[in-house]
Design a binder for this molecule. Sequence first.
Ligand code: NAD
Length: 428
Amino acid sequence: MSAARIVVVGTGYVGLTTGACLASLGHRVTCVDVDESKVARLAAGRVDIMEPGLAELVARGLTSGGLSFVVGAREAVRDADGVFLCVPTPMGAGGAADLRAVEQVVGEIADVLPSGCALITKSTVPVGTARRIQELTGRPDLAVVSNPEFLREGTAVSDFLGPDRIVVGSDTPGAADWVANLYEGLHAPAVVTDAASAELVKYAANCFLAMKLSFVNSIAELCERLGADIEPVTRGMGYDRRIGRSFLKPGPGWGGSCLPKDTSALLNIAESVRFDFDLLSAAVEQNIAQRDRVIAKIAGAVGGSLAGARIGLLGLAFKAGTNDLRDSPALSIASVLCAHGAEVTAFDPAVGGELPGMLVVDNAYQVAKGADAVVVLTEWPEFTRLDWTYMAELMHGDAVVDSRNLLEPRTVLNAGLSWQGIGRPRAT
Ligand code: NAD
């Protein structure tokens, strides 16, 4: 395919990655955002989000002239072949996806888009949104295409450039193929389909992953009650190719900017067609219970009452490799601990600044100072390299609660501390 003129609206994790990667594939890309200071920083080559390889791709695009950043979608789209919508679709009232940003952008640009232009949703949007966008534009000469994104934060660039699959759907003949061809050179299988099916793929995939995690967290709970160990159990499960090894690790509950809002949105979608998606509701309920179980473990580790307990947290981001705090289970646990009167100190290698109710410090040893319990909440590999003997010297109590099963229990025990994970035998 020859180079296309692409506009990407929204320069967050998805939009900036999309823009920089499409530019690297040879397209001429203009990225648009409403945040003027962000646009100015990006135009100067400054990338705020923590994504390996992204700053380099942005720099390369800026130097070659294939990538630019502007404020104001209306001017930018006038000669576009395709416009990617990468704006937020957070959880709105009643749990449905809030489409206001999508609708606002469509309203802003609909009348100036060139005839034949493809309006492409990369934002995660409910089934039926493509049809709704087509109606909103009042322009049958535009092609509305759903092209959901599956990148993971922390590996956004490598996921985008090496995807498991590309999903594209449209009800306009030829439009989905045109968008699929923008990715020519990536050698990924393409699922080219209608708009509704493409929109549903994204929710189905994310909700399946959430259910897998809730399932494993439930098996971990069974392990604790039955005296089994989740580690060999999941290893034994993961060798089965029908199951696979990924997303089989128990933890403090799933979170992040996608799974909570996408499970909620799919439940809302199911409700709209009077379908009781009990399986998914159970996964969401299990996830709340999982967080509470971790809190109960922490309370137990400090003698039953959190009031006045000094608790050191290792990790705040929703997973390792990112500084994203949106819907982080670690933050949620921290806020419950604070609400119960615990004195909370926290360290995350990628998160600084101030957070309500707790003291955020700039190294892991500060977290241990005077702590009754130290709790691992994010699976940063650097926590495995801490000097646990020194941690023990700094601590007041001896409890380590490892909600990610990250640490080697023996190392913690040898330092004179106790260790308890999730679904694993307690080591004292
Ligand atoms: P984000 O919050 O990181 O970025 C969104 C950007 O859009 C921000 O820079 C914001 O300033 C900008 N924006 C908001 N309203 C705008 C408007 N009216 N015009 C122009 N710019 C506007 O969001 P994100 O994490 O990149 O997610 C975007 C979409 O992609 C969501 O629907 C999300 O569900 C989906 N998604 C996210 C991920 C992920 O891992 N973050 C993965 C796949 C899909």
